[in-house]
Design a binder for this molecule. Structure first.
Ligand code: MG
Length: 453
């Protein structure tokens, strides 16, 4: 495949006003608009550079003949919802969980799914080697707004859970939006679910004064302390563009994303009497164990949330997710959705009638180890081919080469994946004991060392 020059796993992410200038954004948007030729929704997160970039992409889109619908500041999944239902495409101005100085442009297709490879290559070709369409003066697009999308997004979320049952419980919830786009949705959603809501960092602010936008444990100490102080049922945190939800249990424990994924998977399969679950090859065996118990079928794609979303659409899947806790409910949004995740987890707490810590403790337990090793980019393909050959020729372990090389033994697995952005391999292993997981990850490292020159 041709190497991409700008696009990463989901859009283009750079330092604002350094590479990501108004000129850059405008031309890139015009290149995208030249292909879409329709009505494009735009919106973004709370970053200081978002208004500047929105103006720039608006100009680019209009010049290519597209109409623009400005949805304002709102979560990434709310824009994906709007595009899927009403528009021909969308550009989301966000750098997700990255620090404040970054921003990015996420492009979606008419289903609200991150743009496919062939479209991104065509956008890049127009940007670098060709010319975006610049229409005549009398064909320049027009600007519209749609101020009802946020309310609609919240209402559509509510339609998919038992609001009455959740409201009856009057759950005590602390929510930390990190001053990101979730500030405009999460507290309101929780109110409509009848919760007693305490909000932290729910004032939109592009300097992210309360905490870094990435919802990892060291950044969520205020949330953890507040959950404990108030004796709350649950703490919830979102990243900057509110597509991911991280939970804190009633004891103040940080819940890893793969646990949330497994918990919601179990609930979805129970409620729907089975269904297709889509995830990535780096996902835990726990997802397979639960599927087996509750009548699910698991399909694994290469790593990337938009690949999971696309497969869900193609296979008419029930539910999908990644090990980082990005959960996808394909009947609503073809992408990670924080609001639906919140609603579903609260519904699970109420329906199962157990505290979150207990529900998490019921899930299958596996141990993981993540290591990395340097390897020049131009050797990666050969290293992977040699490892796959050695495993095939000398062992009877199962092999999965969907993304990197995954070696499956009876008591665990290791996946050796080349990084798309750095000259390294990541070795990620899982087993039924920590010692075995460490051993397998180190075995993966030794295989790379053996074939690396
Ligand atoms: Mg995000």
């Amino acid at each position: 495949m041709v190497e991409k020059r700008l696009f990463g796993t989901f859009g283009v992410r750079r330092t604002a006003n350094d590479v990501l200038t108004p000129e850059f954004a405008s031309r890139l948007a015009a290149s995208y608009g030249s292909i879409v030729k329709g009505t494009v929704a735009i919106g973004g997160d709370t970053r200081t550079s978002t208004p500047m970039l929105k103006q720039a992409i608006t100009a680019g889109l209009l010049s290519s003949g597209c109409d623009v619908v400005d949805l304002g500041i709102l979560p990434t999944p709310a824009i994906q919802y709007a595009v899927r239902n009403y528009y021909d495409g969308g550009i989301i101005v966000t750098a997700s969980h990255n620090p404040p100085k970054y921003n990015g442009l996420k492009f979606v297709d008419e289903f609200g799914i991150g743009t496919p490879d062939d479209m991104e290559l065509e956008v890049e070709r127009l940007y670098f080697d060709g010319e975006p369409t610049r229409v005549n003066w009398n064909e320049i697009g027009q600007i519209f707004t749609n101020e009802s999308i946020i309310d609609e997004y919240i209402d559509e979320t509510l339609k998919r859970v038992d609001v009455e049952a959740i409201s009856a419980r009057k759950l005590k919830v602390v929510v930390d939006c990190g001053s990101g786009a979730g500030s405009f949705t999460a507290p309101y959603l929780l109110k409509k679910l009848g919760c007693e809501v305490t909000s932290l960092n729910c004032q939109a602010d592009g300097f992210f004064p309360g905490r870094n936008p990435e919802p990892i444990e060291p950044n969520l100490q205020d949330l953890i302390a507040t959950v404990k102080d108030l004796g709350a049922d649950i703490g919830l945190a979102h990243d900057g563009d509110a597509d991911r939800t991280i939970c804190i249990d009633e004891k103040g424990n940080f819940v890893l994303g793969d646990k949330t994924f497994a918990l919601v998977e179990r609930q979805m399969l129970k409620e729907n009497d089975g269904g297709i679950i889509v995830t990535t090859v780096a996902t835990s065996q726990a997802i397979y164990d639960i599927a087996e118990e509750y009548g699910g079928e698991v399909i694994a794609t290469a790593v990337g949330d938009l690949l999971v979303a696309r497969e869900l659409k193609e296979k008419d899947g029930l539910f999908g997710g990644e090990e980082n806790g990005g959960l996808i409910f394909p009947d609503f949004v073809y992408g990670r959705d924080a609001a639906m995740t919140v609603a579903k987890i609260l519904e699970t707490l109420v329906k199962e009638d157990k505290p979150l810590s207990e529900l998490i403790a019921e899930l299958p337990v596996y141990y993981q180890e993540k290591l990395k090793i340097e390897c020049p980019d131009d050797q990666k393909q050969e290293v992977m081919a040699n490892i796959a050959k050695e495993i095939k020729d000398t062992t009877d372990f199962n092999l999965d080469t969907t993304d990197g090389v995954k070696i499956l033994k009876d008591d665990g697995w290791v996946i050796i994946r080349p990084s798309g952005t750095e000259p390294i391999f990541r070795c990620f292993a899982e087993s039924d004991s920590q010692d075995k997981a460490n051993e397998m990850a180190n075995w993966g490292i030794s295989l790379v060392e053996k074939y690396r020159k």
